[in-house]
Design a binder for this molecule. Structure first.
Ligand SMILES: [Zn+2]
Length: 186
C-alpha cells in the first residue's frame, strides 16, 4: 500500500476521534505514514506487526462483527464484561475509542509515561493517529509502544483475566527491554 494517501483505515480512525470532538483538525497524512511505518519494524515479532497492520487498515474483527457469522459469540464488549460494566455496548474499535472505560484504563498508564499530563482525548488521538512530535526517534518509540499496547488489548479481550494498569505497563516495558537487548546483540 502506498503510504502517502488518505486511505479508509486512516479515515476510520479519524472518524472515531471526531466522534469525541467534531471540531478537531486532523488532516496529517505524514503523521499517518509515520504511524504506518511501525508495521515494518523488523525488530518486532511478525504476529504483533500483523495485528497492528489489521488495526491500521480497520480490518480487525471484534465481537460485534464475529457474532454475525458465529452465533456462539456474544457481540458485547469483552473488556466491559470482564470488568462487570453494566449493559455493555457491542464490541468494536469504535466502542473502545468512544465509550469503553476498561479501554481507557488500559491506555492511560503507558501514555502517562510517554506523554505526562496528557488528557484522555490526547491519549486517544495518539492511539488512533500515532505520535506527532518534532523528535522522530521519540515518534518511533511511542508508536512502537502503541503497537504493543494494541496487541496487549487484543490478548486481554480473549481471556477472562482482568489486567491491572501495572500489568499493561509491564507487558510493554518488558518487550522494550527485549528489543533493546536484541539490538545490542546484533
Ligand atoms: Zn467496552
Amino acid at each position: 500500500m502506498s503510504l502517502n494517501i488518505v486511505h479508509n483505515g486512516l479515515l476510520t480512525r479519524k472518524k472515531y476521534i471526531q466522534l469525541l470532538d467534531p471540531n478537531l483538525e486532523l488532516d496529517n497524512v505524514t503523521r499517518d505514514a509515520r504511524f504506518f511505518s511501525t508495521f515494518n519494524a523488523g525488530y518486532l515479532p511478525a504476529t504483533l506487526r500483523a495485528n497492528f497492520y489489521m488495526y491500521l487498515n480497520n480490518y480487525t474483527k471484534l465481537n460485534s462483527q464475529i457474532s454475525k457469522f458465529d452465533l456462539n459469540i456474544n457481540p458485547m464488549c469483552s473488556l466491559c464484561i470482564a470488568n462487570n460494566i453494566a449493559n455493555p455496548e457491542n464490541e468494536s474499535l469504535r466502542h473502545f475509542i468512544t465509550n469503553c472505560v476498561p479501554f481507557d484504563n488500559y491506555i492511560t498508564p503507558i501514555y502517562n509515561i510517554l506523554v505526562p499530563n496528557s488528557s484522555l482525548l490526547e491519549k486517544k488521538i495518539i492511539f488512533c493517529l500515532g505520535f506527532d512530535t518534532p523528535n522522530n526517534s521519540y515518534n518511533i518509540l511511542g508508536n512502537t509502544c502503541t503497537l504493543l499496547l494494541f496487541n496487549y488489548i487484543l490478548f486481554r479481550r480473549r481471556s477472562k483475566f482482568i489486567a491491572q494498569p501495572e500489568q499493561t505497563r509491564d507487558f510493554i516495558l518488558s518487550h522494550l527491554d527485549m528489543l533493546q537487548s536484541n539490538s545490542i546483540a546484533t
